[in-house]
Write a protein that binds this ligand. Structure first.
Ligand SMILES: *[C@@H]1O[C@H](CO)[C@@H](O)[C@H](O)[C@H]1NC(C)=O
Ligand SMILES: *[C@@H]1O[C@H](CO)[C@@H](O)[C@H](O)[C@H]1NC(C)=O
Ligand SMILES: *[C@@H]1O[C@H](CO)[C@@H](O)[C@H](O)[C@H]1NC(C)=O
Ligand SMILES: *[C@@H]1O[C@H](CO)[C@@H](O)[C@H](O)[C@H]1NC(C)=O
Ligand SMILES: *[C@@H]1O[C@H](CO)[C@@H](O)[C@H](O)[C@H]1NC(C)=O
Ligand SMILES: *[C@@H]1O[C@H](CO)[C@@H](O)[C@H](O)[C@H]1NC(C)=O
Ligand SMILES: *[C@@H]1O[C@H](CO)[C@@H](O)[C@H](O)[C@H]1NC(C)=O
Ligand SMILES: *[C@@H]1O[C@H](CO)[C@@H](O)[C@H](O)[C@H]1NC(C)=O
Length: 451
């Protein structure tokens, strides 16, 4: 998991950090999410899964940089739910962040709750998912943030032919009810069983049983460039992903731009997103190509889902004879290929251009003591519940003390942390527990941290 930590570090360095149905959007940036059980048939078995608007993956949210998005979540399921907007900084607006019992009381069955999502510096691909129990296995979707009106993608000069964007959501399928597993393993302290399949946009694809008829399929036009918005929505598992016969030019991750680089295979951790350009420039004679995803893991003693999810990329102008041909398969690395995984992550560098600067302060003027505390408010049951949440507080003093409390040290990401946490704890000024709130938005556990 050293790789994962490295990635988180990379995201901090970055300044913080179509094909699917659009959400039911009434009016500008307003969405209704109906959370409900939906029947599915996968891997030769039927089950119901909690979804949003009956879709797996759920609806795609689209907005522009800096906009406000409103999502009214109606819980029509049989259990509590909350939704987290993964990768959104929500400056000064943590009450709509989503984790149940952390920033809000869960939305109870038969009730609704309206989230206000304040976009700030995010631009690119982020996503949303349930943040209650294990329901995010089915309750998740893409959140696409386009450049502001009048501005464009930084890579557009070299890719004037950008034709369409295609969300590619890597997920998992369990044939049993995942929440029953959660109950079982909360009792025993064990681990959740491996999934029964990996999925791409909700489908296991041709290599899994009873899946061939529903494999996700996307048509492309020769000469066009496509922006794949790849999201790893899996519960646990780094994934390799590649497209046969095509290279991927990676231009962004987690709602921030990167210095572009071109690879055959990407490696993406759970919760991460990757924006990659794909140029459709193969000859029409072999017009069908598999996209595929499989587990990457460095610890070979762990059990894992060893299958490969597939989707199909096909050229719209291919000859009829090609239509029935078996797609070409990509050359993906072995499941344990550390060299490919670490080589990939080593290429992630923030764009840091004039238009997309990464202003990390490099000079520390003043060392600060930051103390965090929490309030708790009980959640009420029944209808008419309003959001109640703990409030974190900051009290700071400028003088001699150079310590961080244990609660803040895991979250504080400013460069001053490195210099303060190394010095030994000396004194705790009495003001550290003062409830005085001074500029609560400036420094806090939520700031700029990818979650
Ligand atoms: C799944 O449901 C379909 C339609 O309701 C039914 O035809 C099929 O027999 C079911 N399959 C299994 C394995 O129960
Ligand atoms: C559901 O949420 C309510 C408050 O919103 C809480 O009181 C109750 O304990 C929750 N139920 C479960 C099973 O977590
Ligand atoms: C519930 O939804 C209705 C509209 O369907 C809306 O008027 C109301 O404000 C919502 N309530 C909450 C708590 O979000
Ligand atoms: C987990 O997997 C084990 C072994 O295959 C199986 O016996 C058990 O029933 C599974 N648990 C659940 C909750 O599906
Ligand atoms: C796939 O489609 C074919 C043709 O429509 C049908 O005969 C077959 O039963 C389907 N297979 C599954 C697993 O649904
Ligand atoms: C995957 O693992 C199962 C055992 O869990 C094994 O039976 C199967 O052969 C493996 N498949 C591959 C492709 O390695
Ligand atoms: C891993 O890949 C190499 C070729 O690069 C191959 O020789 C080897 O058999 C593969 N190992 C496994 C376990 O698939
Ligand atoms: C909330 O009220 C609605 C109708 O107003 C009802 O259908 C639902 O069962 C109630 N939910 C709870 C948890 O009391």
């Amino acid at each position: 998991m050293a790789t994962m930590l490295w990635l988180l570090a990379a995201v901090f360095m970055l300044g913080a950090a179509v094909g699917l149905a659009e959400g039911s959007k009434h009016g500008h940036n307003y969405y209704d999410f109906f959370v409900k059980e939906t029947s599915y048939s996968r891997l030769c078995e039927n089950k119901t899964l909690l979804t949003v608007n009956g879709q797996f993956p759920g609806p795609t949210i689209t907005a522009r940089r800096g906009e406000r998005v409103i999502v009214n979540v109606h819980n029509q399921g049989d259990r509590n739910i909350t939704i987290h907007w993964h990768g959104v900084d929500q400056p000064r607006n943590p009450w709509y962040d989503g984790p149940e019992f952390i920033t809000q009381c869960p939305i109870q069955p038969g009730t609704n709750f309206t989230y206000e999502i304040l976009l700030s510096e995010e631009e690119g691909t982020i996503w949303w998912h349930a943040h209650s129990g294990l329901d995010r296995a089915g309750v998740h979707g893409a959140f696409i943030v386009h450049p502001k009106k009048g501005t464009d993608y930084p890579f557009i000069e070299s890719y004037k032919k950008l034709h369409k964007e295609i969300p590619i959501i890597l997920g998992e399928w369990w044939t049993s009810d995942l929440n029953l597993q959660l109950e079982e393993y909360l009792k025993t302290g064990g681990e959740i069983n491996n999934s029964n399949a990996h999925t791409i946009n909700g489908q296991p694809g041709d290599l899994y049983p009873c899946s061939r008829n529903d494999t996700f399929n996307v048509g492309v036009k020769r000469g066009k460039t496509y922006l794949l918005r790849i999201i790893n929505a899996g519960l646990d598992g780094d994934m390799f992903f590649g497209v046969a016969g095509h290279l991927l030019t990676v231009v962004g991750t987690d709602g921030r731009y990167l210095k572009p680089f071109t690879v055959q295979t990407i490696m993406i951790s759970p919760g991460q997103t990757m924006d990659a350009l794909l140029e459709a420039k193969r000859s029409p004679s072999s017009g069908r190509y598999y996209m595929a995803s499989k587990t990457y893991l460095s610890n070979t003693r762990l059990a894992y889902q060893n299958g490969t999810a597939t989707a199909i990329l096909e050229y719209k102008d291919m000859p009829l004879a090609t239509r029935r041909a078996t797609p070409v398969f990509p050359n993906l690395p072995n499941n344990t290929d550390d060299a490919v995984a670490t080589g990939y992550t080593a290429m992630l560098r923030s764009l840091a251009s004039k238009e997309h600067p990464v202003n990390v302060p490099t000079k520390v003027n003043e060392h600060m003591l930051i103390t965090l505390a929490i309030n708790t408010l009980p959640c009420t049951t029944g209808n008419g519940t309003t959001a109640a949440a703990p409030a974190w507080r900051r009290a700071s003093t400028t003088p001699a003390s150079r310590t961080l409390t244990s609660t803040s040290s895991t979250h504080t990401t400013t460069p001053s942390k490195a210099s303060t946490s190394r010095t030994s704890p000396t004194s705790h000024p009495s003001s550290s527990t003062s409830p005085t709130l001074t500029d609560p938005g400036r420094i806090g556990p939520q700031s700029a941290a990818p979650r």
